[in-house]
Design a protein. Structure first.
Length: 258
């Protein structure tokens, strides 16, 4: 049995802590700062068994140096960003399988370029650590890649099993669902999700994780092939959009400006 804990960090990041009942070692996903992890492991008498990094941005790696000085452990992350993440000890590429014996978990490594060129996601049964590739109701900005790359990456994630829980890097869900309602104002599933998320946030609880099944219903960036989303994007663009990537690109530019 695994427990996955969200540690709020910085302004709106989450650091994810994974541990297994009966073992005091944890995996730390995307430690953007050290203090939340240091406090959590000290409070609960835990040790760090591994650090898992999805991409090189500082709000996902900024705590590594301080944590490694106090809690040395292997650092797993994207081979394509090894220059930007000098702390990496174990470089990963898409198609790799990463087994962490202390968790009794094996992760499939998925290349998801777009937000950054080397971004990876880590998938295990019923869990996905998506970094900034996929958020609940949204996706990351396309900083280094292309819209075509990002849409292709999201298509891969969209194909994961329905029950996959999505652990993302930021608490952006309320803003994401507000945009989703602009795109699909008549989508009652989005409206219901927004109400549930408002209740969670009012109680200071994380809105995450969502599930892949839910994302297919509420996330405009996974709904490029739905008529209502295509029509909204075409109205926004003022022209016919002939490909999923073109629909995605229009949605992403619309979200950036909203």
């Amino acid at each position: 049995m695994h427990e996955i804990k969200a540690l709020p960090a910085l302004s709106d990041n989450y650091i994810w802590i994974i541990n297994r009942a009966g073992d005091d070692r944890v995996a730390v996903v995307d430690p953007g700062e050290a203090a939340p992890v240091q406090q959590y492991v000290a409070q609960h008498g835990l040790r760090v068994g591994a650090y898992l990094i999805t991409h090189h941005h500082g709000d996902h790696t900024g705590g590594l140096d301080a944590l490694l000085a106090e809690h040395p452990a292997p650092v797993y992350g994207p081979n394509a960003e090894s220059i930007q993440i000098p702390q990496l000890t174990n470089a990963l590429v898409g198609g790799d399988c990463l087994t962490l014996d202390f968790l009794e978990l094996t992760f499939d490594v998925i290349d998801v370029p777009g937000h950054t060129l080397g971004h990876i996601a880590l998938s295990a049964p019923d869990m996905l650590f998506a970094g900034d590739a996929l958020f609940r109701g949204g996706c990351g900005r396309v900083f280094e890649g292309t819209a075509e790359q990002m849409q292709s990456s999201l298509a891969t994630l969209r194909g994961l099993p329905d029950t996959t829980r999505v652990y993302s890097g930021h608490e952006y869900t309320q803003k994401n669902l507000a945009f989703a309602r602009m795109v699909e104002p008549d989508n009652t599933t989005i409206a219901a999700a927004a109400r549930q998320v408002d209740e969670l946030r009012a109680a200071d609880n994380p809105s995450l994780p969502g599930t892949i099944a839910e994302e297919r219903q509420i996330n405009p960036f996974l709904r490029w092939d739905q008529d209502d989303v295509i029509n909204a994007a075409q109205q926004r663009a003022g022209q016919t959009l002939a490909t999923p990537a073109a629909v995605f690109a229009t949605l992403r530019e619309w979200k950036n400006a909203s």
